[in-house]
Design a protein around this ligand. Structure first.
Ligand SMILES: *[C@@H]1O[C@H](CO)[C@@H](O)[C@H](O)[C@H]1NC(C)=O
Ligand SMILES: *[C@@H]1O[C@H](CO)[C@@H](O)[C@H](O)[C@H]1NC(C)=O
Length: 404
C-alpha cells in the first residue's frame, strides 16, 4: 500500500518534471526572440543595435528553428551583422520601420548597414521597412569625380547565404545599393520592394555577383540606378515578374573591367515591366578588358517597355565618365543571347542597339516577336555592329536598320 503511494507520487513527480521540461522545449521550439522583450530591451523610437545583436546571438545558438522579431513601431539601427553558421534554420522577421542614421559616419560600418553572412536555411521576412535615410549621402556623393571617395553603405548585404529566402520586406532610400548579393546560392527574393527617388545616386536595386541559383520574383524596384545589375560570376539567375522604374533598367554588367573576373551564364529574365527607365534590358562591358571572359545563355522574354529611353541594348564600349581606355576592344565574348517578345514604347528613336566588340562578334543572338512604338518625337530605328542576329517577326525599323 505505502509502496504503491510512493510509486504514484513518484510517477506524478516524473510527469510534472517532463511537463515542465517540455514547456521549456516548447518555448525554445517556438523559438521567438523579440528584440523588444524584457530580455533584450529594445524600445520603440530607441536604438535596437544592441538588442538586435543579443537576440540574434541567442537565436543563432538555438538548437531548433528560431525567429528574431522586430515588431511594428519605429526603431533606429546603427548597424547589424547577422552572421552564421547557426545551429538550426533561422528567420529574421521585421514588421516595423527600421531607420539608419542619416549621417553615414554614425553607422557601425560605413560601407554596410545590415549584413547577412554565412547562413543556410535563412529567411528574412515581414511587412516592415528598412529605411537607409540616404538623402544626405546622395547630395554629398562625389564618387563620379573622385575614384577614391569614401564608401557609402549598402543597405542589405548578403554574403555566402545559401538555400534562403527574402520575402515581403521593403527597402527605401538606401545610401548606396539597396541589396548586394555576393557568393550566394539558391537565394530567392519574393514580394520584395526597393524604392528610392529617380535622381538618387548609386541606389541600384539588387546587385548580384559570383552567385548561383538566385531567383528574383514578384518584386518591385523604383530607384536611381540599375533596377537589377548582374556582375561577373553570376550563374543560373531567374528574374521573373519584376517591375522596374524609375531607374536604369535591368543590366548584365558592367563586365570586363577587372583582372579577376569570372564568366556569366544562364540568365533568364521573363515577364518584366519597365516604366520610364533609362535602359530596358542591356548587356554592357568595358573596352580594354584585362582578361578574356564570356557572357552566355542570356534570355530576355515577354518584356513590356513603357516609355523607356534605350529599350534593347548591348554595349561593349561602355565607358562612363570617360574612366576607361577605348584603344582596344572588350574581351568579353557574348553568345547565345535572345530578345523575345519585347513590346511597348521607346522614348528615343534608337530603340535597339547591339554594339558588340570589334574582332569578337556576339554569336547566336536571336531577336524575335518584338515590336516597339516611339512615345517621343522622330522615327524609330535600330543599329547593330559586330553581330548578325537571327531575326523573326520584327518590323524592319527594329531589325538592325543600320549596320556597322
Ligand atoms: C523562383 O521563385 C518562385 C517563387 O518562389 C518559384 O515559383 C519559381 O519556381 C522559382 N524559379 C526558379 C527557377 O527557381
Ligand atoms: C542557350 O541557352 C539555353 C538556356 O540557358 C541553353 O539551354 C542552350 O543549350 C544554349 N544553347 C547553346 C547553343 O549554347
Amino acid at each position: 500500500m505505502g509502496h504503491n503511494l510512493v510509486m504514484v507520487i513518484f510517477t506524478i513527480f516524473l510527469l510534472l518534471c517532463s511537463a515542465s521540461a517540455s514547456r521549456v522545449r516548447d518555448f525554445l521550439a517556438a523559438g521567438d526572440f523579440d528584440v523588444t522583450s524584457p530580455k533584450y530591451g529594445g524600445k520603440p523610437n530607441g536604438d535596437i543595435s544592441q538588442p538586435m545583436a543579443n537576440a540574434w546571438k541567442d537565436a543563432c545558438a538555438a538548437a531548433s528553428p528560431s525567429r528574431v522579431i522586430v515588431p511594428k513601431g519605429i526603431f533606429h539601427l546603427k548597424g547589424a551583422v547577422f552572421k552564421g553558421p547557426c545551429k538550426a534554420p533561422i528567420e529574421v522577421q521585421v514588421n516595423g520601420l527600421v531607420k539608419a542614421p542619416a549621417d553615414g559616419a554614425q553607422l557601425t560600418n560605413r560601407a554596410v548597414w545590415i549584413q547577412f553572412s554565412q547562413l543556410e536555411k535563412f529567411t528574412l521576412s515581414g511587412s516592415g521597412t528598412f529605411d537607409g535615410q540616404g538623402q544626405k549621402t546622395w547630395k554629398e556623393n562625389d564618387c563620379n569625380k573622385k575614384p577614391n571617395c569614401l564608401p557609402n553603405a549598402i543597405s542589405l548585404r548578403f554574403d555566402n547565404v545559401k538555400h534562403s529566402l527574402v520575402r515581403d520586406v521593403t527597402s527605401i532610400n538606401s545610401k548606396e545599393f539597396h541589396v548586394n548579393v555576393l557568393g550566394c546560392e539558391q537565394l530567392t527574393f519574393q514580394h520584395f520592394t526597393a524604392t528610392a527617388p529617380g535622381d538618387s545616386v548609386n541606389t541600384d536595386g539588387i546587385h548580384i555577383g559570383r552567385s548561383t541559383g538566385i531567383n528574383i520574383t514578384v518584386t518591385k524596384i523604383a530607384t536611381g540606378d540599375d533596377c537589377i545589375s548582374v556582375g561577373d560570376g553570376t550563374r543560373q539567375l531567374t528574374v521573373n515578374k519584376v517591375t522596374c522604374g524609375p531607374g536604369h533598367g535591368i543590366s548584365i554588367g558592367s563586365l570586363g573591367r577587372y583582372p579577376n573576373e569570372d564568366h556569366v551564364s544562364g540568365i533568364n529574365v521573363r515577364d518584366c515591366t519597365l516604366t520610364s527607365t533609362l535602359n530596358g534590358v542591356r548587356i554592357k562591358s568595358f573596352p580594354s578588358s584585362p582578361k578574356a571572359t564570356t557572357a552566355s545563355d542570356i534570355h530576355f522574354e515577354h518584356i513590356i517597355m513603357n516609355n523607356v529611353a534605350n529599350p534593347v541594348l548591348i554595349d561593349q564600349e561602355y565607358c562612363p565618365w570617360g574612366h576607361c581606355d577605348k584603344k582596344t576592344p572588350s574581351k568579353v565574348k557574348i553568345s547565345n543571347v535572345s530578345f523575345k517578345n519585347i513590346r511597348g514604347t521607346s522614348s528615343t528613336p534608337l530603340a535597339l542597339k547591339l554594339l558588340c566588340a570589334k574582332g569578337l562578334p556576339c554569336e547566336k543572338v536571336e531577336l524575335s516577336d518584338t515590336d516597339l512604338k516611339l512615345s517621343g518625337q522622330g522615327t524609330l530605328t535600330s543599329h547593330c555592329a559586330n553581330v548578325q542576329p537571327t531575326i523573326t517577326r520584327v518590323p524592319p525599323a527594329l531589325a538592325c536598320a543600320t549596320k556597322a
